[in-house]
Design a protein around this ligand. Sequence first.
Ligand SMILES: Cc1ncc(COP(=O)(O)O)c(C=O)c1O
Length: 350
Amino acid sequence: MNFDINQIIRTNIKNLKPYSSARDEFKGEASVYLDANENAFGSPHPQAFHRYPDPMQYAVKMRLSEIKGVPARNIFLGNGSDEAIDVLFRSFCEPGIDNVIIVPPTYGMYEVSANINNIALKKVPLTAAYQLNLEGIAEAIDKNTKLIFICSPNNPTGNSINREDIETILTNFSGIVIIDEAYINYSRQKTFIQELTEYANLVILQTLSKAWGLAGLRVGMAFASEEIIEVFNRVKPPYNINEASQTLALEALQNTEQVNEWIKQTLIERDNLVVNVKKFDFVLDIYPSDANFILVKTTDANSIYKFLVEKGIIVRNRTNVELCEGCLRITVGTPTENEILINTLKSFKG
Ligand SMILES: Cc1ncc(COP(=O)(O)O)c(C=O)c1O
């Protein structure tokens, strides 16, 4: 692999003079701040929100660096990992010219973000076993292919993608390979973070929205080489993570024990859910999951979905998604929620 960031960065981004905020220009401590046109008197909220937040989220990154074992300079924070996905397109893909590869069924935002940015999409479906079609991917790559998105564990199928297959792509593709590890905390597979030093073209996405239980704060992470992170930082809005999210995320990131406990409970509940859901005669298959949800193949996903909605239970109907015909995606809930689901399904007449 001969990865050269200068070959793939968009020309306008390469030449961009990024916005320089007041907080970028003065980084030290001062007693009087009259540089950013804030309301110097304070904010109507008891917490002081009248100052702009740290544009580079240094404190949060330092804590993440401890947890993840990766230097802060290799971390980018986005307003959810959805922002990191968008920043990837805006940094590397020339609208109307470049293309990216996705491997459906997979997370829907890659396609939406491509469409928003007017970037052509090449779809190379997963195999029947929900693994990569390496030959198909190799054939789909052309000189304008900039990004390949791989989600592992994959949403909505729940399985992890074979590590050696991902490594094959990392080795042979001269664009950027994104591994979306939103569900990695639930997986038997280990993260690719340790491989960052080996692959210059690797971007790993993770999020505080899943195992960390902070979906409402909108904090996502990208891990990559310093030169890729530097590009992201130039392209992102200056204050993309607000002060409340930074403060609360930093507080929450002290509580790893609680999160590890929830992960354990979720895995136990996932196993229970599989055992109980399997018993229904309208269930044809449950796919192995490395995530906090299961994909269930049924005889009639639309009717079951509608029935559950009427009972106030919402699952995700994936029956119209390629390779997911008849499938419902069910998030693992609390023991009580899972019990309500199972008891309700008992009264479904197929
Ligand atoms: C695979 C995957 N990536 C990313 C996201 C979005 O994460 P965030 O909340 O950090 O934007 C999701 C959310 O469902 C997801 O399933």
